[in-house]
Write a protein that binds this ligand. Structure first.
Ligand code: GLN
Length: 490
C-alpha cells in the first residue's frame, strides 16, 4: 500500500502493525506524512520547521533494520514530532521565540535519545506559545497555529502545534510539555489524547525549562493506547535529571490488555460550578453516564483550595521562569542585539528585542515575587498554599481511584478572544493547573463535540506514579468511544 491518504489517518499502533506485516515501509510512511504536511500545514501552521532529508534517512535506516530481522520494537519506523522546546541534536530549537531564532541543539534531550533508541523517526519542530507561556499559541513569535477543526479558532496551548499536528494527521505521535495544562488543554481543544505524567516520571534533560518544579514532557496521539506506548518509551530514571524518579517503568501498553474492574471516580464539586460551558457540561455528563453504566461508582469529592490554584501557579511559575530565562542574555545561546554599546546594553537590549510581551510580563512578575521584602508575602506563601492543594488531593485519593473533570471550561475559542486580557487567558487552565501543583498525572481524552463541531475533552487525574491505573481507566472509555479517531475536514 502506498496511497498516502490511507496511511496518514492511521494511529501509531496501526502503523506499527502495518510495518511489521510488510504492508508498507517506514520510508513510505514518512513520505506520506511529509506529503500531508505539505498539503495542509500552510493552513494549520503546526510546524516551525522540519528536516525532510533527515526524516527520510532515519526511515531508511529503520527499513534496513527490519529487512535484516533487526526491528527494535513497536515504535521502529513510526514518525514522532517534537514541540520546539525539546532538543534534537543538530535541529533548530526556537521555543517559538525570536531570541533563539538561530539556535541549534548541540545534543539530544533524553526523551529524544529514548525515541531514537526505540527506532522512531524523530523529526519536525512544532509550534507553541513562546517558551510555553500561554494557552492558545497566539504568543508564538512565528505566528499562531490554527485549530484543524475550525481554522478561525485557536488549537489551545502552549503545545498547540503538537495537538494540531496529530489532529490534522500530519504525524501520528508528538511530544509536548505541560507546566500548567499545556498538553491537556490543547489536546482537549483539538480532539486528541494528551497526557501529563507524574512529576519525575519523564526526564526533562534537554527540555528548555519554563518552571522547573512543574514542567513535564508527555505524549499526544489519537488513542490512549498510543499514548501508553509513547509514555513507556520516554519514561524512566535519568542521572542527567536529578528530579527524575529512580524506579523502573511498568509496561503501560501491556497493562491495557487486561480487563479493569470498575472502580471509584471522584467528581470535585468545585470544578462543576459556574464558568463551565453548557456543551462541555453535557459531554462530561455523558462520559460520567457511560462510566456508571459500566459499573463505576461516582463519588462527590471536595478540593476546597481549587480557586487558589491559578493565583498560586502564577506566583510560582513566573518566579521560576524569571530565574530559568535569565540564561538568555545575549552572550550565550541567543541572538545579540546589534544596538548595544556596553555590557549592560547587551543584556537589556538583547532581551528587550528578543522576548515577546507575555514572556517579559512573566519575567518581571516573577522577579518581583522573588525580590527581598516580597519573597515572604508572595513566593513563600504560594509554596505553602501549594502544600494545601496537594493535601486536598491526598485526602480525595483516600476515597477514589481517579478524579474526573472537564479538561477546559470551553471548547476552542476564536483568535483574539482572550489575547487582550491575560487574566481571562490564564483562567482557561483552571481545571488543569492544580494537577501540576500537586505533581500528579493527568490525561485528556476526547469525549464528544459541541453542536458546531468543536471537540471536547475529559480530564482524568490519577495518583502519583499510578499511570498504569489512570491509563487503564481512560482506555476503558476510549476503546469504546474513539472520538480521537475522528478526523477534521481539511
Ligand atoms: N497556560 C499556562 C501558562 O500560560 C500553562 C502553560 C504550560 O503548561 N506550559 O503558563
Amino acid at each position: 500500500m502506498s496511497d498516502h491518504s490511507e496511511i496518514f489517518s492511521l494511529t501509531g499502533l496501526e502503523i506499527s502493525q502495518g510495518l511489521a506485516e510488510g504492508k508498507f515501509s517506514s520510508e513510505e510512511v514518512t513520505q506520506a506524512f511529509i506529503s500531508r504536511i505539505k498539503e495542509v500545514d500552510e493552513k494549520v501552521h503546526a510546524f516551525l520547521s522540519y528536516d525532510e532529508d533527515d526524516m527520510l534517512e532515519q526511515a531508511k535506516s529503520s527499513d534496513n533494520r527490519r529487512s535484516t530481522g533487526q526491528a527494535i520494537g513497536p515504535l521502529d519506523g513510526v514518525p514522532v514530532c517534537l514541540k520546539d522546546v525539546i532538543s534534537a541534536k543538530g535541529q533548530p530549537l526556537t521555543a517559538a521565540s525570536k531570541i533563539l531564532e538561530n539556535y541549534r541543539s548541540p545534543y539530544d534531550a533524553t526523551v529524544t535519545v529514548k525515541l531514537k533508541q526505540a527506532g522512531a523517526v524523530v523529526g519536525g519542530r512544532l509550534n507553541l506559545d513562546e517558551f510555553a507561556m500561554g494557552s492558545s499559541t497566539e504568543n508564538s513569535a512565528y505566528g499562531p497555529t490554527r485549530n484543524p477543526w475550525d481554522l478561525e479558532r485557536v488549537p489551545g496551548g502552549s503545545s498547540g502545534g503538537s495537538s494540531a499536528a496529530v489532529a490534522a494527521r500530519e504525524t501520528p505521535l508528538t511530544l509536548g510539555s505541560d507546566t500548567g495544562g499545556s498538553i491537556r488543554q490543547p489536546a482537549s481543544l483539538c480532539g486528541v489524547v494528551g497526557m501529563k505524567p507524574t512529576y519525575g516520571r519523564v526526564s526533562r534533560y534537554g527540555l528548555a525549562a519554563f518552571a522547573s518544579s512543574l514542567d513535564q514532557i508527555g505524549p499526544f496521539s489519537q488513542t490512549v493506547e498510543d499514548a501508553a506506548l509513547l509514555l513507556e518509551t520516554i519514561s524512566g530514571h535519568d542521572p542527567l535529571d536529578s528530579t527524575s524518579y529512580p524506579a523502573s517503568v511498568p509496561g503501560y501498553l501491556n497493562a491495557l490488555k487486561g480487563k479493569l474492574e470498575p472502580c471509584k471516580l471522584g467528581l470535585p464539586k468545585e470544578f462543576f460550578g459556574e464558568g463551565m460551558d453548557d456543551e462541555v457540561r453535557k459531554a462530561i455528563d455523558q462520559a460520567i453516564a457511560w462510566y456508571k453504566e459500566q459499573g463505576y461508582e461516582m463519588v462527590e469529592i471536595s478540593l476546597p483550595t481549587t480557586d487558589l490554584s491559578v493565583p498560586v501557579y502564577y506566583v510560582i511559575a513566573t518566579a521560576e521562569a524569571s530565574s530559568n530565562l535569565a540564561r538568555y542574555d545575549g552572550i550565550r545561546y541567543t541572538k545579540r542585539s546589534e544596538h548595544s554599546e556596553n555590557a549592560i546594553d547587551v543584556y537589556a537590549k538583547s532581551r528587550g528585542e528578543g522576548f515577546g510581551e507575555e514572556v517579559k510580563r512573566r519575567c518581571i512578575l516573577g522577579a518581583y515575587g522573588l525580590s527581598s521584602g516580597y519573597y515572604d508575602a508572595y513566593y513563600l506563601r504560594a509554596q505553602k498554599t501549594r502544600t494545601l492543594i496537594r493535601n486536598d488531593f491526598e485526602k480525595a485519593f483516600q476515597k477514589v481511584d481517579a478524579i474526573l473533570t472537564p479538561t477546559s471550561p470551553t471548547p476552542a475559542f476564536k483568535f483574539g478572544e482572550k489575547s487582550e486580557d491575560p487574566i481571562s487567558m490564564y483562567l482557561s487552565d483552571i481545571y488543569t493547573i492544580s494537577t501540576n501543583l500537586a505533581g500528579l498525572p493527568g490525561i485528556s481524552v476526547p469525549c464528544g463535540f459541541s453542536e458546531n463541531g468543536l471537540p471536547i475533552g475529559m480530564q482524568l487525574i490519577g495518583q502519583a506514579f499510578e499511570e498504569e491505573k489512570l491509563l487503564a481507566i481512560a482506555h476503558a472509555y476510549d476503546r469504546e468511544l474513539q472520538y480521537g479517531c475522528k478526523q477534521p475536514n481539511l
